[in-house]
Design a protein around this ligand. Structure first.
Ligand SMILES: NC(=O)c1ccc[n+]([C@@H]2O[C@H](COP(=O)([O-])OP(=O)(O)OC[C@H]3O[C@@H](n4cnc5c(N)ncnc54)[C@H](OP(=O)(O)O)[C@@H]3O)[C@@H](O)[C@H]2O)c1
Length: 185
């Protein structure tokens, strides 16, 4: 998988960059090509010129930033949404930006559901992502957490619990905003 990291809209180069990715794909240098941090307006510009549509769109996404309309747009166009910061991101980065003074993994609902299902808040968040057809890429440097984060396939959140987690969305963005970020490379 080879991806464009950010659209950097002010630079006006992402359609040109997409041509280069298509070339790499057609030449067999990449098995899949995708984008990251592309909003619907950016994807529409790609669709207007592309021969090969993006296969994945990697986005900041978790229960506090559920981006449901963008995910729906991606699914309707056969682009898999992939979540970065699926656990809310590194604690240090979030310390100044927590919702109501709490971080995602300290959310009361996730802790309560964790007790109900015998899982950790991180596993509840990852399971919500899985059941929402989102590919999550959690990061941990701790072996026991890496094991914990893959152990989400033996239980299922009920429809009402999924809806309760959906309602946590408050638009909290902890990373760069794709609309205004023009210096990522
Ligand atoms: N495309 C993009 O623009 C973009 C931007 C940012 C990040 N990413 C990618 O997204 C992936 C994940 O990002 P991330 O690491 O920043 O965010 P994350 O996976 O949401 O959060 C990682 C943080 O959660 C902790 N953690 C992991 N598992 C846990 C668990 N089971 N219980 C409690 N805490 C847990 C980790 O600490 P420990 O390590 O101490 O366990 C780390 O502080 C990475 O591959 C990253 O490269 C992509």
């Amino acid at each position: 998988m080879y991806m464009i990291h950010f659209p950097c809209p002010a630079c006006g180069l992402y359609t040109e960059a997409w041509r280069a990715l298509e070339h790499l794909y057609k030449e067999g240098y990449a098995r899949a090509i995708g984008v990251s941090n592309f909003h619907q307006t950016h994807l529409e510009k790609i669709f207007a010129m592309c021969e090969i549509p993006p296969m994945v769109n990697e986005l900041e996404c978790n229960p506090y930033l559920s981006i449901a309309p963008l995910r729906q747009y991606c699914h309707e166009h056969q682009i898999w949404p992939e979540a970065w910061f699926p656990l809310g991101g590194p604690a240090t980065r979030l310390s100044g930006k927590a919702v109501g003074g709490k971080r995602l993994l300290e959310d009361g609902l996730l802790i309560g559901l964790g007790a109900k299902y015998g899982k950790s808040p991180a596993q509840i968040a990852l399971r919500w992502e899985l059941q929402s057809d989102i590919i999550a890429i959690p990061k941990s440097a701790k072996p026991h957490r890496i094991r914990e984060n893959i152990d989400i396939f033996g239980f299922e959140l009920s429809e009402s619990d999924m809806a309760a987690i959906d309602s946590l969305d408050c638009g909290q963005r902890s990373g760069s905003d794709p609309e205004t970020c023009n210096d990522q490379f």
